[in-house]
Design a protein around this ligand. Sequence first.
Ligand code: IMP
Length: 199
Amino acid sequence: MVNLLIATTNKHKLKELEIRLKSVKGLKIVGFSELDIEPPIIVEDGTTFRANAVKKALTLSRYFEGFVLADDSGIEVDALCGKPGVRSSRFSRINATDAENNKKLIKLMENVPEKKRTAQFVCVLALARKGELLGTFEGFVKGRIVDKRKGKNGFGYDPLFQPDGCKMTFGEMPPASKNKISHRTEALKKLEASIGKYL
Ligand code: IMP
């Protein structure tokens, strides 16, 4: 068994990642809560999701024996030229709540017509071990921004995002339905397909 640290303090992301990775043979999944080290503070100053995910994974892999998996993700809204993008978690301010970020997005999208409300969630996972980057894995899901929050499931921008081909937002769907089609799941599938060669 090789340990794999999921390097996130976001309990929602942790859960979504854990659910799939638990079934990979030969891996023991651990979170920060099971370690007795305090995670170092890593400044997410990259201009791309990939740069931030790689920085988190590489930095932490110097502190931890097994694999380290880091996730950087967010939402890109076409009418806002790709914003909030890498600033998704701090769109309205540093340490913003999901409700504050949602409120800002609703306001900015107030006068945007139906056709132009397209957006995508993006997730980049970076896998590292002992200071070496083993790979990065990307996932996307396309959809649109609705005019008000709908649903109480999920986190972040889930109540505002309606994936293409669906009548519900991610916030209205049961978690299992989101996890079938999400950006994180697409990235995870790619990771699962290639992690075997490192085990
Ligand atoms: P990070 O921790 O810097 O990667 O921040 C990611 C931010 O993007 C989160 O705080 C959410 O606001 C948003 N985000 C990423 N993935 C999701 C998702 O699956 N649903 C809703 N919001 C997400």
